[in-house]
Design a protein around this ligand. Structure first.
Ligand SMILES: Cc1cc2nc3c(=O)[nH]c(=O)nc-3n(C[C@H](O)[C@H](O)[C@H](O)COP(=O)(O)O)c2cc1C
Length: 357
């Protein structure tokens, strides 16, 4: 089916659910233990209501943003996802093709094929960040930096909320990825557990491109990141897949934005899968918003064309919502656009898609 026949994000999610084997679906949609962190990601978004302004001439709307100094069609990027080969054969290269076709940045996970060089070749014009799981010593990290810089990556990202591998019960019960379940992140997991601010300092000094720390969830760590020269603070709880009973990302974002001010760029992810979700994060100070699972489902539904369709539909939702909010550009959004409001749905992995039941 051509991707433009997906008339809504709901149809894409429904198609992915039919196409994916149960184990892969659960790997993508699942989270740690009680899945409370993941549900709180959704709850934090749901409990903000908009304060729309009217009579402001919104005939023309421009949602372009900038990312690491480069233009981006939306304030959206593709979050790093490991094991993408389960979702589409080209894995990271398919994401690169979609990011290039649509015009948004891509984070590539070190946990996903093909090589970072092949991904760069698949979408040479994409603003791309290489995300590394530190499963080796300084030589291992330095080699990754050199390869990423050599292949034209614009940023280097360390994921830091993975000191230990969580217990993801859907995967455990499906006996999916059982090798990983036993050995955490596999060979080299000890390096992840031992990672410290001294390593961040060393990487910052060694790395010639902007350094991103992914998995910051407190103002205290955001402050330390700034003090260690980190350029981009990526607020995330790994989509609720790591520490259970964490706070929702959108609940965390304001304290971090307030702490760092203009000393670093702040990104966020965690259950953002609708146009209005993204506008709420931008209103609270995120420079851009990462999409994880909804990007995976686009890939699963129809490869890179499916991911492009996800982005088109998000853009359509965002454009219409911007018009109804009374804004014509992204920088007109600020915290006055949102306020606390009653929640109407039980948060879950699929609660943003109520037609799916
Ligand atoms: C299937 C899957 C694999 C992931 N793999 C990685 C990874 O390799 N590196 C990483 O930093 N984060 C990884 N994440 C976390 C995402 O980058 C992101 O933080 C999270 O998915 C955001 O929440 P959302 O999926 O609700 O949008 C993964 C997430 C999913 C769903």
């Amino acid at each position: 089916m051509p991707s433009d026949e997906f008339a809504s994000l709901t149809e894409i999610v429904a198609r992915a659910r039919v196409q994916l084997p149960r184990g892969v679906w659960d790997y993508v949609m699942g989270a740690a233990e009680t899945e409370t962190t993941m549900k709180r990601n959704r709850l934090a978004i749901d409990r903000l209501g908009f304060r729309p302004r009217v009579l402001r001439d919104v005939s023309t709307i421009d949602l372009t943003a900038s990312f690491l100094g480069e233009p981006s069609r939306l304030p959206v990027f593709i979050a790093p996802v490991g094991q993408l080969g389960h979702l589409s054969p080209g894995a990271g290269a398919d994401v690169a093709r979609a990011a290039s076709a649509f015009g948004v940045p891509q984070f590539l996970s070190s946990g996903s094929p093909p090589s970072l060089e092949e991904v760069a070749e698949a979408g040479p014009d994409v603003v791309r960040v290489y995300q590394l799981y530190v499963t080796g010593g300084p030589d291992f990290v330095d080699a990754a930096i050199d390869r990423a810089v050599g292949a034209g990556y614009r940023g280097f990202c360390l994921t830091v909320d993975t000191a230990w591998y969580s217990r993801r019960e859907r995967d455990i019960h499906n006996r999916w990825g059982i090798r990983w379940q036993k050995a955490g992140f596999g060979p080299g997991a000890d390096f992840l557990a031992a990672l410290s601010w001294a390593d961040v300092e060393r990487v910052r000094a060694r790395c010639s491109i902007p350094l991103v720390l992914k998995g910051i969830a407190t103002a205290e760590d955001a402050r330390l990141a700034v003090e260690h020269g980190v350029d981009v603070i990526y607020v995330s709880n790994h989509g609720g897949r790591q520490l259970d009973h964490g706070r929702g990302s959108l609940d965390v974002l304001p304290e971090i934005v307030a702490e760092v001010g203009d000393q670093a760029i702040v990104l966020v992810d965690g259950s953002f899968c609708r146009g209005t979700d993204i506008l709420k994060a931008v209103a609270l100070g995120a420079a851009a918003v990462g999409i994880g699972r909804i990007a995976c489902l686009g890939l699963a539904a129809n490869g890179s064309a499916g991911l492009v369709r996800v982005l088109e539909l998000l853009e359509d939702e965002m454009t219409r919502a911007a018009g109804m909010l009374g804004i014509t550009t992204i920088d007109q959004l600020d915290a006055t656009a949102v306020t606390e409001a009653p929640v109407v749905a039980d948060p879950s992995a699929l609660s943003a898609f109520p037609l799916l039941g």
